[in-house]
Design a protein. Structure first.
Length: 721
């Protein structure tokens, strides 16, 4: 393993350890739930505050002087109660996540209500001077802490048996029982936060807990004499909070209001009195030159992904996020990648804004760019904000310089993140396959979709994609030629292939199992049969009339009440003679089914369709089934063929199967024939039909037709044996 692979693996392990912590997963998911309302509020703000005079005049002329009312009301229902929304979303997510680990039977709605009540109890809304703004962006830090702690306390108390009030009155439903058992845990939880608020007000002499946080942060910055150090610390803390999933800009809003917003007012006053401005670090300075695209200079990240990203999902996310990020609304990209709690992006997410803070500071300090003197809303797009904030085109030029510099810094980390993603994807899908194959070898049908781990998560993701891929023809059939000893193609086997855009080619038996559990098997089975027969029809139209088409079917599929009707419909629609179609069923499937399957198979055989037993000789053989099912062809299990050159027992078994076939009137076909030595031994044992890499792997329709035509031209006769 080279150095890059070592680094990739180590970072992947770190990312897994951090990202797989249940509480962090829950918080991240809860914040993600907020994205629709955050975007709505942000777009409403853009709608109101776009700093283009022509736009503002147009809106007022068309809609009147009160045109801002409706978007303002939208802000009231989003940004102005952001803390309340955050409590509900995070609490609900925490309960959903933890109740699986703790085996708790808790209703998330009740838990969210308890967390909201706890948040109200600790907010002091009845105190004099309370402002509704405390429920907005200013209160998000208290909201996160309260949501996490109150949910945890409520869940712990709900697991204590003697705190559960149990009653089963006549007609009581589950909702009533949920409520009844939650009374004492809810009462204790809310009372605890009310008591905490009371103690804090007594100890610190405050009326609102938000004031304590605001005063602490403000006093920290007030004690710093160096403006440069103050600016760097502000940007660093904003992004450190963001990295841990907390809205850093909102948490540090009190600092911005007490230090950096007044700094802009100072500059404006000095300019009005014909003096030079003195304050470099203002709120507008950060919004304009550092937070381009939002925290982490997200616009640079999006451009880096669009330039160097090779993952379709990231490209789509970047394109989808571009418009909001252009207006400095970055929640989609931050939580979509995600950047939150992602160690790969920790360095650029913090380093790039710090670097741009320094470059912008130097540009203003040495007079290349005027100081910021105009208030510009944080949603103002790049270049416009640079011009309006400084009254100079040099402000826009500085933004362009910072944009190029920030993008260049992000590109190596975008590449690294993609390498780590490739590594994790490979590991995660292999984990699914290992689990599936272990059960497959034991003949056990293990659940996939009901699991609450990575295996279940990936399986559910693939199940959704499978249905879409069936409907949009993204799954394909490949064909592997079946040839005789003379090299003549006598038929092809249709093999399912699904090249998933994230996980690559999916293991075919896993696709079938997934389709059955997701109840997509009827749709998939019909598609496979129809596509195979349609392609056989096209081969017939090319003059390839002596070919058979082998299609794998499961016992579950055959026993479906619609199977025979669908089969007849497909054969008639594609004008296929029944004896040109072979239905392959595995030996294991045949053995574990009873008379129902036997009756259906005999009905199919009467139609003229041929039957083929796949994987014969896997160790569960019952020779009686060969007579009862009256198979036309027996396909030797690959393990027998692979060991035929070194294991005399394999040769003896194959010889016996071939001899029995002469009596029971079935032909024998050997799979996994990979070299001439295997073929020659099989020929000596009486087996003259082969399938394997010696001839061809499974290939797309166009390639298999070319292969058949090429082999046909080498032989004067082309007859199906």
């Amino acid at each position: 393993m080279n150095y890059l692979q070592n680094v990739t693996k180590r970072l992947s392990d770190i990312n897994d350890k951090i990202g797989n912590k249940t509480i962090l997963i829950a918080i991240r998911r809860g914040l993600t739930y907020m994205i629709p309302l955050i975007l709505l509020g942000s777009l409403a703000l853009v709608f109101i505050s776009l700093p283009i005079p022509a736009y503002q005049s147009f809106m007022q002329d068309v809609f009147g002087s009160q045109w801002k009312n409706i978007p303002s009301y939208i802000q009231d229902g989003t940004f102005n109660i952001l803390s309340i929304i955050m409590v509900i979303c995070i609490s609900s997510s925490l309960v959903e996540e933890f109740k699986k680990d703790w085996s708790l039977n808790i209703n998330p709605i009740i838990a969210s209500s308890v967390s909201l009540a706890s948040f109200i109890a600790i907010s002091g809304i009845t105190k004099k001077g309370f402002q509704i703004a405390n429920f907005g962006v200013i209160g998000v830090f208290v909201a996160i802490v309260t949501a996490v702690s109150s949910s945890w306390i409520f869940m712990r108390l709900s697991s204590v048996s003697f705190l559960k009030i149990k009653a089963f009155p006549d007609g009581a439903n589950s909702a009533f029982n949920y409520s009844l058992t939650s009374i004492l845990p809810a009462a204790i939880t809310v009372s605890f936060f009310a008591a905490v608020y009371h103690v804090l007000t007594l100890l610190f002499g405050i009326t609102h807990i938000q004031n304590l946080i605001s005063d602490s942060l403000t006093s920290l910055f007030s004690g710093i004499k160096s403006p440069l150090l103050s600016g760097i610390l502000f940007i660093a803390l904003v992004h450190i909070f963001w990295f841990f999933g907390m809205h850093g800009s909102n948490i540090l809003e009190p600092v911005a209001k007490s230090i950096f917003i007044p700094a802009l007012t100072v500059n404006q006053s000095l300019i009005e009195s014909n003096h030079l401005p003195t304050e470099i670090f203002t709120k507008t300075f950060f919004d304009t030159f550092v937070l381009m695209g939002g925290c982490g200079t997200a616009l640079c990240l999006i451009i880096a992904i669009l330039i160097k990203g090779r993952k379709k999902n990231q490209q789509k996310l970047a394109k989808l996020s571009f418009l909001p990020v252009f207006f400095n609304i970055n929640e989609l990209i931050v939580f979509g990648i995600p950047i939150v709690l992602n160690p790969i992006f920790l360095i650029p997410f913090i380093f790039v804004p710090l670097l741009l803070t320094l470059t912008s500071y130097l540009a203003l300090f040495y007079g290349f760019v005027p100081y910021t003197s105009n208030l510009v809303e944080w949603t103002t797009p790049i270049f416009l904000s640079g011009y309006y904030s400084t009254n100079s085109i040099s402000g826009s030029v500085l933004q362009l310089f910072n944009l190029v510099l920030g993008t260049a810094c992000y590109i190596p980390f975008v590449k690294l993140a993609q390498n780590i993603s490739d590594f994790q994807i490979k590991n995660s899908i292999n984990k699914v396959y290992d689990y599936f194959k272990q059960n497959e070898e034991r003949g056990v049908v293990a659940p996939l979709l009901d699991r609450y781990d990575d295996i279940g998560s990936i399986s559910r993701f693939l199940a959704v994609d499978l249905e879409h891929s069936i409907d949009s023809n993204k799954i394909k059939l490949f064909y592997q030629p079946q040839v005789n000893y003379d090299g003549e193609v006598i038929g092809v086997e249709a093999l399912l292939r699904w090249n998933h855009e994230t996980y690559g080619f999916i293991y075919p038996p896993f696709i079938i199992a997934l389709s059955i559990e997701a109840q997509l098997n009827n749709k998939l089975d019909y598609w496979i049969l129809d596509t195979a027969c349609r392609d056989l029809k096209k081969m017939n139209e090319l003059g390839l009339n002596n070919l058979s088409m082998a299609v794998n079917v499961s016992a579950t599929q055959i026993e479906d009440s619609r199977f025979i009707d669908n089969l007849v419909e497909i054969l008639n629609k594609n004008q296929i003679e029944p004896n040109k179609l072979k239905l392959e069923i595995t030996e294991q499937s045949a053995l574990r089914k009873g008379n129902k399957l036997l009756d259906i198979l005999l009905s199919i055989k009467k139609m003229g369709v041929k039957l083929e037993m796949d994987d014969f000789g896997m160790g569960h053989s019952s020779l009686m089934y060969l007579k009862e099912y009256e198979f036309n062809t027996i396909k030797l299990d690959g393990s027998l063929v692979r060991d035929i050159t070194t294991n005399s027992s394999c040769r003896n078994i194959i010889s016996s199967i071939v001899e029995l076939g002469k009596t029971l009137n079935y032909s024998v076909l050997a799979e996994f024939v990979e070299n001439e030595e295997q073929r020659d031994i099989l020929h000596a044992l009486g087996c003259d039909q082969y399938q394997g890499y010696l001839y061809s792997k499974a290939i797309p329709y166009s390639e298999v037709v070319e292969y058949i035509l090429r082999t046909k031209s080498k032989n004067s006769d082309f007859e199906l044996l």
